[in-house]
Design a protein around this ligand. Structure first.
Ligand SMILES: *[C@@H]1O[C@H](CO)[C@@H](O)[C@H](O)[C@H]1NC(C)=O
Length: 864
C-alpha cells in the first residue's frame, strides 16, 4: 500500500480497450432484423375490418388482415388510466401461443373509459379525456391526437409486419423454388459463428413504425453507451435491445449491452409523447429524425401535411405478441409518470444505500475487508458498504464462503456492523455443476434448470466452469431460490448483508453472443428467444422475495446488471464493466439519465472505471462527478492496481475526502428525491429538457456565484466540483463529517436557501427511520420549506409523525436582501427567539445561526 504513494502524480493509463465486435451480431447478421428492416416504406397491406367490431366501455376489438398472405389477427385498442392508449395485436388461431412479458408491468393496467366519437366503414375515432385515437381501415394506421394536435401515427410508413407462425414449406412442394426465393436464408434456422439456432417454430417477427409529427428529438431505449438524445440510425446500425455481457463495451454506440428498456419519448417544445413496446424478445429500433436527412421529411410531410419536424421509430422484435402503449403526455414529466404508472417505481431504498460503496474484484480475505474500512477511518473518509465479488465463495459456488479466506464471515460482518457499515455479496444465476454442491444437486433432482431444445439440461461455461442456469419461470424455482437467502441457509449473513446479482443477462462465456442459445426451453415451454430480455428481471424478483422474507422489516437492497422494463421495482443498476477513461466518465451521466427516463433512477457507474488503471486526475474527477449520480460505488477489475482513495497523496486524498463529504452532506436530498420518486414516479435525476430551464438561475454551491440559464464557460481547477443549486430551491443538508451515514441519523440540518429573482424559494425534506417499512404506516415527516417576504417557514405536507432528534442548526441564504440586522424564530415549543445573523464576505450569503428547532416542529424565521 505504501508503495503507491511514490507513483508519479501523472502516469498514463496504459490499457488499450476494445470490444470484439465480431462476437456480436449486426442487424445484417440477424435474420429477423434483416427481414424486417428490409421492408421499405410503402402503403401498408394490412387492413382492418370495421364492419365487425366489439366495443366495450374501455376497448374496441376487431380483426386485422394481411391481404398479401391472408393471415388474420385480432387487434384491440383500449384506454389505460393516466392518458395512455394500449394497442394489442395477436394471431387469430395461431399455430403456437405467443409470449407476453410477465414481470415488466406493475399489475394489470387500470382501464379507463373510451367513447366513440365518429365511425364509418373506413375509420373509427375513440376519445378518452382530451386524447383521441383514429383507427383507419385501409391502409391500416392509427392516429393519436392530444386535443386537436396529431402527435403520433402508428404504421404511417407501412412498416407494420406480423409474421404469423406457419409450418415449414416442405422440400417437395411445387412452388419450392418460388418459396426459397422469397424466404430469407435464416428464416427457419440460422448460424452465427460456430452456433446454430434451430428455430423449431420458424420466423415469428413483429415490427411497427410510429411517427411523431412535430417532434425534434427522441430519448429513451436504455441501455446503450450513447449520448442521451437518440441519433438517426439511417446508414448505421439500429439501436439494439438484447441483454448481453459485452466485454469492454465501446461508447457512442447503438450496440446492445446489459439492459433493455423498450420505451421511447419524442419531444418538442409543444408536446412530448411516449411509446412503450412491451416485448421481451431481441429487439432492434431504427430512429429517423427529419432534421438529419431529407428522405424521411418528404414522407412525413405526406402524413402530417405540414413542413414540421418529425421523429420516427421502427421497432422490430423476433417473437412475442405486439403490445404497445402510447403515452399521451403532454410534457416530459407526464410521459415519464405515465410510463411509471405502467411499470412501477423504485421503492424507497434504505438511507445507507445512497452513501458511498467500496467494491473491488476482489477483497482478498476477511482481514483485507476489515483493514480497508480501518484505513477509511484513519483517513477520515466516509464509507458505508463493503462489497465482495465472486472470490469470496468456495470455488464460485454461490451461497458458500471460501473456507480459508473467509473462514469467519459472522465475525467479519460483525466487525463491519460494529462501526455502522454493511456488506454486499455477489450471487449470480449460473450454478456450478459439481457433484455434492447442494444447489446443483437440488436443482438436478427437482428439475430447476433451463433445458436444451431436446429437453436435456442446458450446460454453459461461466465463472465456475461448467454451469447450468436456474429457470426462474418455474414458480417452484423462485420458491426454492428465495429460501436460499434465509440466515440458516446462507450462513454468515445477517440483516446487514445485501445482494449483488451479476452476470444475469445471462452471461454464458461459450454461448452465442456470450449468452444462452435462443432455442433453450424455459418452464411453460417458452423458448429463451421469447423471454431473453426478461431473464435478469426474473432473477432479481427471486432475490427480492428472498431478502423480503429473510428480513421482513428491512427494505431490500439489490444491485443487478441485466435489467428490463420494471426492474426498478426490485433493484438498482449500474452501467457494468466500463473503462478507466475520460470518455466513460462522461458517458456515465448520459447512460444513467437515460435509465432514469426509462423508470430506473437508481443507477451509477463504477468509479475509476472497471477495466484499466485511471490516472490520479481521472480518479479524483470521477469521485467528484459520482457525487451527483444516484448510486455511488467504486469498483475495479482484479488485474488493476489497488485504488482505494486513502492510497494516494495528501492532495488527492483531500480532494476525494471533500467529494465524499459532499455526497454525505446531500444524503437528505437524495433520500427525499427517492421518496418523491416512489410517490410520483418522477426520476431522481433529470436531464435539462425535462425541467425546461429557460428562466432558471443556478448558484455555484461553493462560492454562491449566480449563473443564469444558457451556456457558460467556467474555469475549474482540480479542487473545483462544478455543481449548482437552482434559484428558487431550498436544500436540507447534513454538513457534519462522519465515518458512515448511520452515524449521522441524529445530526442537525443546515438549510441552504437559493433565492430566485422574485426573492422566493421552496424545498422539501423527508425524514424517517432510514431502514424499515414504517414509512408506509405514516411514520415519517415530509416537510415543505418556503421562503417568501423575507420569511422562511417549515410545515408538514402530510399528516404524519416521526419522533426524531434531528434539528435545524443553521440557515444559509444565497443572494439575501441587504441590510438584515437579525432574525426572529417562532415555533410552538420555543416561542419567539432572536437569532444571530451574519453576512459572508462580499455579502453573497447570509448565515442564520442556531435556530435550534426540532425538524418535526413547524416554524418560521423572519428576517428584519
Ligand atoms: C474483526 O476485528 C478484530 C479486531 O480488529 C480482528 O482481530 C479480527 O481478525 C476481525 N475479524 C475478521 C473476521 O475480520
Amino acid at each position: 500500500m505504501a508503495l503507491l504513494r511514490f507513483i508519479p502524480v501523472l502516469y498514463v493509463a496504459s490499457c488499450t480497450l476494445a470490444v470484439v465486435k465480431e462476437n456480436f451480431k449486426s442487424c445484417e447478421q440477424s435474420s429477423f432484423c434483416r427481414r424486417l428492416r428490409g421492408f421499405k416504406p410503402e402503403i401498408s397491406h394490412y387492413e382492418l375490418d370495421l364492419s365487425d367490431i366489439q366495443l366495450t366501455d374501455n376497448a374496441v376489438e376487431t380483426k386485422l388482415t394481411n391481404f398479401e398472405d391472408n393471415s388474420h389477427f385480432k387487434i384491440s385498442l383500449s384506454a389505460v388510466h393516466g392518458d395512455i392508449f394500449r394497442i394489442q395485436v395477436d394471431e387469430l388461431m395461431g399455430l403456437y401461443p405467443r409470449y407476453r412479458p410477465q414481470y415488466a408491468l406493475n399489475g394489470e393496467p387500470q382501464a379507463a373509459k373510451l367513447s366513440v366519437v365518429d365511425k364509418s366503414k373506413d375509420h373509427i375515432t375513440l376519445q378518452y379525456s382530451d386524447n383521441k385515437a383514429t383507427l383507419h381501415a385501409k391502409p391500416f394506421k392509427v392516429e393519436f391526437f392530444k386535443g386537436d394536435s396529431l402527435v403520433a401515427v402508428l404504421n404511417s410508413r407501412g412498416l407494420f409486419h406480423f409474421e404469423h407462425y406457419r409450418t415449414k414449406p416442405s422440400e417437395n412442394e411445387n412452388n419450392e423454388v418460388e418459396q426459397q426465393k422469397k424466404e430469407d436464408p435464416g428464416a427457419w434456422e440460422e448460424n452465427f459463428k460456430s452456433h446454430h439456432d434451430s428455430k423449431p417454430k420458424g420466423p415469428s417477427g413483429v415490427a411497427v413504425d410510429i411517427t411523431f409529427p412535430g417532434a425534434m428529438r427522441a430519448y429513451g431505449l436504455p441501455e446503450h453507451a450513447d449520448k442521451l438524445p437518440l441519433r438517426s440510425t439511417n446508414g448505421g446500425e439500429p439501436y439494439r435491445l438484447y441483454n448481453l455481457d459485452v466485454f469492454e463495451y465501446e461508447i457512442d454506440s447503438t450496440m446492445a449491452i446489459y439492459g433493455a428498456v423498450p420505451v421511447i419519448y419524442a419531444h418538442s417544445p409543444k408536446h412530448t409523447v411516449g411509446f412503450f413496446w412491451h416485448n421481451a424478445a431481441e429487439t432492434w429500433v431504427d430512429i429517423t429524425n427529419s432534421k438529419d436527412g431529407n428522405v424521411m421529411s418528404s414522407l412525413v410531410n405526406l402524413v402530417s401535411g405540414t413542413q414540421e419536424h418529425s421523429v420516427s421509430a421502427h421497432f422490430m422484435s423476433e417473437s412475442g405478441v405486439m403490445d404497445m402503449f402510447v403515452l399521451m403526455g403532454p410534457k416530459p414529466r407526464d410521459v415519464v409518470k405515465q410510463y411509471a404508472s405502467l411499470t412501477g417505481v423504485a421503492p424507497l431504498p434504505q438511507y445507507f444505500t445512497l452513501a458511498y460503496h467500496q467494491c473491488r474484484w476482489n477483497y482478498n480475505d476477511q482481514d483485507d475487508v476489515t483493514n480497508v474500512v480501518a484505513h477509511f477511518d484513519i483517513n477520515n473518509m466516509p464509507v458505508d458498504i463493503m462489497w465482495l465479488d465472486i472470490e469470496y465463495t468456495d470455488g464460485k459456488k454461490y451461497f458458500t464462503w471460501d473456507p480459508v479466506k473467509f473462514s469467519n464471515p459472522e465475525q467479519m460482518v460483525n466487525n463491519l456492523t460494529s462501526t455502522g457499515r454493511k456488506l454486499v455479496v455477489i450471487i449470480d444465476p449460473h450454478i456450478k455443476r459439481e457433484a455434492g454442491y447442494f444447489l446443483h444437486e437440488d436443482s438436478l433432482a427437482n428439475d430447476y434448470y433451463v433445458k436444451n431444445k431436446d429437453g436435456s439440461v442446458y450446460e454453459g461455461w461461466c465463472w465456475p466452469g461448467s454451469s447450468s442456469y436456474l429457470d426462474f419461470y418455474n414458480p417452484k424455482v423462485v420458491d426454492y431460490y428465495k429460501g436460499l437467502y434465509a440466515f440458516d441457509k446462507f450462513k454468515g449473513t445477517s440483516d446487514d448483508v445485501y445482494i449483488w446479482n451479476d452476470m444475469n443477462e445471462p452471461s454464458v462465456f461459450n454461448g452465442p453472443e456470450i449468452t444462452m442459445p435462443k432455442d433453450c426451453i424455459h418452464h411453460g415451454g417458452w423458448e429463451h428467444r421469447d423471454v431473453h430480455n426478461e431473464y435478469a428481471l426474473t432473477h432479481t424478483v427471486g432475490t427480492f422475495k428472498g431478502l423480503t422474507e429473510r428480513s421482513p422489516t428491512r427494505r431490500p437492497f439489490i444491485l443487478t446488471r441485466g435489467h428490463f422494463a420494471g426492474s426498478q421495482r426490485f433493484a438498482a443498476v449500474w452501467t457494468g464493466d466500463n473503462a478507466a477513461d475520460w470518455s466513460h466518465l462522461a458517458i456515465s451521466y448520459a447512460m444513467c439519465a437515460s435509465e432514469a427516463l426509462g423508470g430506473i433512477s437508481f443507477c451509477g457507474a463504477d468509479i475509476g472505471g472497471f477495466f484499466g488503471n485511471p490516472d490520479v486526475e481521472l480518479l479524483q474527477r470521477w469521485y467528484q462527478a459520482a457525487v451527483w449520480l444516484p448510486f455511488m460505488r467504486a469498483h475495479a477489475h482484479i488485474d488493476t492496481r489497488r485504488r482505494e482513495p486513502y492510497l494516494f497523496s495528501e492532495d488527492v486524498k483531500n480532494r476525494i475526502r471533500i467529494a465524499l463529504r459532499l455526497r454525505y452532506a446531500h444524503l437528505p436530498l437524495w433520500y427525499t428525491l427517492f421518496f418523491e420518486h416512489e410517490i410520483t414516479g418522477e426520476p431522481v435525476i433529470r436531464p435539462l429538457f425535462y425541467e425546461f430551464p429557460e428562466d432558471s438561475e443556478w448558484y455555484d454551491i461553493e462560492d454562491f456565484k449566480i449563473y443564469n440559464g444558457g451556456s457558460h464557460n467556467i474555469p475549474v481547477s482540480l479542487d473545483k466540483i462544478l455543481a449548482f443549486y437552482r434559484g428558487g430551491s431550498i436544500i436540507a443538508r447534513k454538513d457534519r463529517p462522519r465515518r458512515a451515514s448511520s452515524l449521522m441519523h441524529n445530526d442537525p440540518f443546515t438549510l441552504y436557501v437559493a433565492l430566485d429573482n422574485k426573492q422566493t424559494a421552496s424545498g422539501t425534506l423527508f425524514v424517517d427511520d432510514h431502514a424499515s417499512f414504517e414509512y408506509r404506516s405514516k411514520k415519517y415527516l415530509y416537510l415543505h420549506f418556503k421562503y417568501a417576504d423575507n420569511t422562511l417557514t417549515s410545515n408538514l405536507i402530510d399528516k404524519t409523525d416521526y419522533p426524531t432528534k434531528e434539528w435545524v442548526e443553521r440557515v444559509v441564504i444565497f443572494k439575501p436582501p441587504p441590510g438584515v440586522k437579525g432574525a426572529k424564530l417562532t415555533s410552538k415549543t420555543l416561542g419567539s427567539v432572536d437569532l444571530e445573523t451574519s453576512y459572508t464576505s462580499e455579502n453573497k450569503a447570509l448565515v442564520i445561526r442556531k435556530p435550534g428547532v426540532n425538524i418535526r416542529e413547524p416554524f418560521s424565521i423572519k428576517l428584519y
